[in-house]
Design a protein around this ligand. Structure first.
Ligand SMILES: [Zn+2]
Length: 443
């Protein structure tokens, strides 16, 4: 189905969803509220086996207990939520988003217009809508991997959400992103014209470390680095070729600094020497990884590197077949599937990520689950990649991505069985974040 059609259908559903969205307490639950959730089926985010007829007791912001429904009697004064007809899961985590981007629609001037013609205030206003859309779809946590020229707007947005001024997911912010000269748009303008860049540009290990320090000082939870930039199909060999950006020395300076702050580094890397440098430099997660060869996969397993493949976004906006860009668009998808399967087979730790913002926020985030399952991942493993696995990458094991005592009460539900039809994850009908009900459709 063309992307535009998916978007239209989703928009219609969004409009309907707004009607049902409960009067949300964006700030989360009061500290002493007790809520009892009856779950028909519970997928806890960790175990392989779903449990039937469970009761989750939420106290304030956290889950107090989980156990069999049976003869459980709700404590006096507790609010009871009946999800006994549905499947209850932990709040979902998208580990690769761009809240400050709105797709790169050519009709709206593409990527360049967002940086040249839209103020950061305008872009932030639209990001508040994107944040709300994520939450409506059951994504209670996002790792947002850079603002594409909108500076530190992600940190401000996160703060406003955390303080309860507007509804939205928990955000792990990466602020500005880092690449080297010749390694990021805007580009293609006359050399005399100074244009903004979608990232902070560095050259040399000293500038690299300084950029990381600046971004960390201004609130970055993660640092995002671009290790490859341009890519093309080689006319002789037919192979996908990607231009490497930072050197190993530059990346090592960043990784050393960021790890010193107890934080992590996400590296955009397609393949080839840039991917090799990303791994040699000690990246914590590889973003996209379009063409992980056996050596890269082995190194990722050995180093415990996370893989955030972002499959769905590469099906968008293919340019005409037979043109260099059209060939590249198709080649990227051709190599991505086998790369994902190689990583999966070798036991690389995989997290769910979409690159939404690269495609419009009106489109369904959950479409990525379908892509993962089509390539052979089990629905349960795909769910874990968006729950407990992502939480582990974020350093929040036991707190996020799981329904267990002590975890934050980020809880969602779907009407059917996502293990039979992973498309169910696109039909989230109930969302609780931080103990407060945000959405409760048809109840
Ligand atoms: Zn991205």
């Amino acid at each position: 189905m063309p992307a535009a059609e998916v978007g239209m259908r989703w928009k219609t559903r969004m409009a309907a969803a707004f009607v049902f969205v409960a009067a949300a307490t964006a700030a989360g639950a009061e500290d002493n509220t007790v809520t009892v959730i009856r779950a028909g089926t519970l997928i806890d985010g960790r175990s392989d086996t779903p449990l039937k007829d469970q009761v989750i007791v939420v106290s304030g912001h956290r889950i107090e207990s989980v156990g069999p429904g049976g003869s459980f009697a709700a404590p006096d004064g507790a609010k009871v939520i009946d999800l006994s007809q549905g499947t209850v899961l932990p709040g979902l985590i998208d580990s690769h988003t761009h809240l400050l981007l709105q797709g790169e629609e050519e009709s709206e001037g593409g990527y360049d217009a967002q940086l040249l013609k839209r103020s950061v205030a305008y872009r932030t206003a639209r990001a508040t809508v994107a944040a709300r859309r994520a939450l409506e779809q059951g994504f209670t946590t996002l790792r947002d991997v850079e603002t594409e020229g909108a500076g530190y707007a992600d940190v401000g947005l996160k703060q406003a959400i955390d303080e309860g001024h507007l509804p939205g997911p928990r955000i792990f912010a990466s602020t500005r992103g880092i690449s080297s000269t010749g390694g990021y748009p805007l580009e293609g303008y006359a050399p005399e014209v100074v244009v903004p860049k979608g990232v902070q540009i560095i050259d040399g290990p000293v500038e690299a470390r300084k950029a990381a320090r600046e971004q960390l000082e201004n609130g970055a939870d993660w640092i995002k680095v671009y290790m490859t930039h341009r890519s093309w199909v080689d006319e002789k060999t037919g192979a996908l070729v990607s231009q490497p950006t930072l050197t190993v020395e530059e990346l090592k300076a960043i990784v050393d600094e960021v790890h010193g702050w107890g934080r992590k580094v996400a590296c955009h890397a397609y393949n080839g020497p840039g991917l090799k440098r990303a791994l040699d430099g000690g990246c914590d997660s590889i973003e996209h990884g379009l063409e992980l060869d056996d050596a890269a996969v082995a190194q990722m397993v050995k180093q415990g590197t996370w893989y955030c493949p972002t499959l769905a976004v590469y099906y968008y906006g293919w340019r005409p077949d037979g043109t260099p860009d059209g060939r590249k668009d198709r080649k990227r998808v051709d190599v991505h599937g086998p790369s994902f399967q190689r990583a999966m087979k070798a036991g690389v730790k995989i997290v769910f990520g979409t690159d939404v913002g690269g495609f419009p926020w009106t489109d369904p985030i959950a479409q990525e689950f379908g892509r993962m399952v089509d390539l052979g991942m089990s629905p349960m493993a795909a769910i874990r990649s968006a729950t407990s696995a992502a939480a582990e990458m974020l350093g929040k094991t036991g707190e996020l991505g799981v329904i267990a005592p002590g975890a934050y009460a980020d809880i969602v539900a779907v009407p059917g069985d996502p293990l039979k039809d992973v498309g169910e994850l696109g039909r989230v009908s109930f969302v609780m974040k931080d103990g407060a009900v945000f959405k409760s459709e048809g109840r």
